[in-house]
Write a protein that binds this ligand. Sequence first.
Ligand SMILES: [Zn+2]
Length: 325
Amino acid sequence: MAVSKRQNTLQDKIVHSLEEKKMLIPVAFLAVLLIDIVIFYGTLLSPQSFCFGLVGIGILTPYGLILFRITNPKKLLILVTVLFLILAPLFTVMSVENVYSNEPVLYSSDSTLKQGTVDPYIGNGENSSFDFTVLISSKYLEKENTSFNVYLNITDMNGKKSQYNMSLIKNGTYLEYQKTLDLDKGVYTFFFALKSKNATATSWKNTTLYDGVLNGVLNVEKGDFIIASLPMMYMATFMYFGFLSYIIVGMYWWTRIAKERKRRMVTVKKEEGSSGGLKCPVCGNPISEGTETCPYCGAELEHEEDEEEHGSSHEEQVGEDEAEE
Ligand SMILES: [Zn+2]
């Protein structure tokens, strides 16, 4: 019977490949992470490196624990969970500290708009005044010979967007535009926009962030911001770290169960001379062909394959004849 082969396919292959390439995944990952930090982002705290780093921790943690001979799947689950619970608030504090220490300076991609800033960057957490300023190259405007407006665009924490006209406060090589706003407690993101019009078209230029980590106004106490960011950071940490760790621990658990099962498996033999019925080798009760678990004693069963060299079908026939006499 080909029944026994069914249990040795996918699960066994995965177990085998995991054992063969135990170190390949973490080593490859570390290498990529290093390249990522050194070449592309320069710092572990950039959002991309941060997410990538989390993915790395998610993969390396269970691997590391297993390599250090913590092989009990339940223990692994607990350790991974504890790490996840500690990491999320740690990352929240780190990222909030980073946001509070990086004042944003905004530019448009072609530098028509530059030095877009807000003063103060961090408010006192109550209704306070903020001066938004941006510079425009007058050379650009002479060249284009257009009429134009400058806007401040601001989005609050609930996603509500507002747009304000800015006023010219200084003329020169650069035109300085300003808008003073009273803002309630909260975190606001902002950018500046230049809308220019000539005879044929209207075009917009927007600033983006070239510096810092958040083009925002922080009119909120640091502690409040940490608490407010915690749920999101838990989600991000789970998405990048927790989820992967659990998958790896789950797969490890699964392969261990597969191995354990294989080890416990009892081979069902087609006994010569019997009248065709199979018996459980453990409890002796009759079972049908292809049964994987004995319904009487729960033994894991592996079925012996038909082997032609025994000439079993012929012998069985003879045995049956003898039994009839
Ligand atoms: Zn049995």
